[in-house]
Design a protein around this ligand. Sequence first.
Ligand SMILES: [Zn+2]
Length: 413
Amino acid sequence: MRTASLLKRISGVEKVVIEGEDFEGDDVVIKVRLHKRQQRRCSRCGRRCGGHDNGRGRRRWRVMDFGTVMVWLEAEAPRVRCPRHGVVIARVTWARTGSGFTHHFEDQVAWLSTNTSQSAVGQLMRIAWRTVGRVLRRVVEERREGVDLLDGLTRIGIDETSYRRGHRYLTVVVCHDTGRFVWAHPGNSKATLEMFFAELGEERRGRITHVTCDGAEWIHDTVRSRCEKAEVCLDAFHIVAWANDAVDSVRRELWNEQRTSGDKQLAGEVKGTRWALLKNPENLTGRQADALAQLEADNSDLYRAYLLKEQLRLLLRQPAEKAIPLLDGWIQWAAASGLAAFEKVAKTIARQRSAVEAMLRHGLTNGRVESVNAKIRLIQRRAYGFHDPFALIALAQLTLSGLCPPLPGRGLL
Ligand SMILES: [Zn+2]
């Protein structure tokens, strides 16, 4: 009797009947059964149902180690016939459905995964990393039942981030007011974002007032059709990035021209200005500043491109009442610059004018989303080897959405 209480307390598995315990090699196996009233319940809804068959007989669940000893729980795993869910495996009170580990074991895996390296988790818990991914998905799914991350959203940021060495994308949604990462799904298309808005539902969609994003049309179009009242704010960082790309294309054009005309020395000089042109002037090295001064002296197209970029960058830092009138001047200047790349930027900005102005007026940037994305990329590095994007999302939600369970037995800290 005392042994039974001790085993229950140490394994963290309460409300069971201990039938016996034994050594099996170096491991300990504890044989248990559920209390009568916990038996024959559907593992999906918990409803008591009629028995179906013995399933695959007895099975085992990993319990947290007792010191250095690996411990298993062994019990019957019969199937029941639920009026709603059909034939399903019967629920056990010590583990999540479909898991081969106890609640405590999985909670510890989740906690460790958000706090330490992949190899530490694997070695300490003695499980494969792939298994960790499945554990995290189960823990997050359960934790999300109690917390609706999409509640109370008014100002959100939407962006995409790449995973798996840039081959695949996740769409990421962040709440501006809490800074919390609230939603992600593999994919970067209208269809992906539609899933977010469907989950949000009509009523909550109506409460969204501001959406920050880059210039991606799939985001703009979807937001405009799903949240008619929301103001779309184009991110300043992305606008500057368009100008940087334009500078780079002017530079490449010039370099190609000079190279084909045989002016190798000049071509080399132009090539060497790449970083000088894209940097903010206050960060230039002495050599980069000299390279720019040379361009200015030559009065080249490239120098004009540089000035256009810098003007735009500085303009976007001004308060709205100053910046908005200046924007007209900039668009005209760029449109008449004779530089095709900047004519294109001018057109894009003119087309997205309301979203640029909204950004200036509300001072909202996509910075929060960018910083969440940067954290997701770090998590991804830690999660290297997850082939399942949902496992990556689960780890990101445990880490960044406040879903991580406390360590077993510690209560809420
Ligand atoms: Zn059921």
